[in-house]
Design a protein around this ligand. Structure first.
Ligand SMILES: Cc1ncsc1CCOP(=O)(O)O
Ligand SMILES: C=C1C=NC(C)=NC1=N
Ligand SMILES: [Mg+2]
Length: 219
């Protein structure tokens, strides 16, 4: 997809794995898609994460849902799984395989990288990242080893430096604060709890899309 199409696809970036919800993950994703999420990431992480065939089976089910609705399906961390499923892309952090090695393995699939500093952002862009995940923007309990909360400062800094790489903010984001993240220069917002733990994942997705669309990306 073109960079413009990617910016649009990053507007409401839902991330989920089985540990993030008490409901069946397939049902939550179905509702989130109906509510208007624009891209999905399978992130099976944490103490109760599925492994092996159970993880693969869930990934395939979630991928089929995304395919049925034309939603890009991204896999977090697990490059082997992404390649095996022919996923639309992968997302890696600073402690995963180096960006250039992952790029060599996935060809022109989407490649997202989590960054926390200007230096990490510049390196990721130089090595061929298609988009960056910046955060944690607000406090979050979802990722135990999250770095210090940085607000929208790094988003603003990268735009001030003239970096126009597609960006999503992540960490403690919901419909009430998503506008601020886009106003600071992000192309979209990435959420786990705001949708996966919502009474209505459909309404949560709708509210996030509305909050993002109510802002024109500045910077
Ligand atoms: C994966 C990740 N990276 C930085 S914060 C975070 C967790 C975001 O989860 P939530 O949207 O529930 O705060
Ligand atoms: C840590 C992350 C940051 N950003 C995104 C989009 N996904 C992640 N897993
Ligand atoms: Mg990782």
């Amino acid at each position: 997809m073109t960079q413009g199409e990617l910016r649009k696809a990053l507007q409401v970036y839902f991330i989920m794995g089985s540990p993030n919800t008490e409901q069946p993950a397939l049902q939550v994703l179905e509702e989130a898609i109906a509510g208007g999420i624009t891209i999905f990431q399978f992130r099976e992480k944490g103490r109760h994460a599925l492994k092996g065939e159970a993880k693969r089976a869930l990934a395939r089910g979630l991928q089929q849902l995304c395919r049925a609705h034309g939603i890009p399906f991204i896999v977090n961390d697990d490059i082997d799984l992404a390649v095996a499923l022919d996923a639309d892309g992968v997302h890696i952090g600073q402690e995963d395989e180096p960006v250039d090695q992952v790029r060599a393995r996935i060809g022109n699939k989407l490649l997202g990288v989590s960054v926390h500093t200007v230096e990490e952002a510049k390196l990721a862009v130089a090595q061929g990242a298609d988009y960056l995940g910046l955060g944690p923007v607000f406090p979050t309990g979802t990722k135990e080893d999250a770095k210090e909360v940085q607000g929208v400062s790094l988003i603003q800094k990268l735009r001030e430096l003239g970096m126009d790489i597609p960006i999503v903010g992540i960490g403690g984001i919901h419909a009430g604060n998503a506008g601020e993240v886009v106003a600071a220069g992000a192309d979209g917002v990435s959420v786990i709890t705001a949708i996966s733990q919502a009474g209505s994942p459909l309404k949560a997705a709708q509210d996030l899309l509305e909050a993002v669309n109510s802002q024109v990306r500045k910077g």
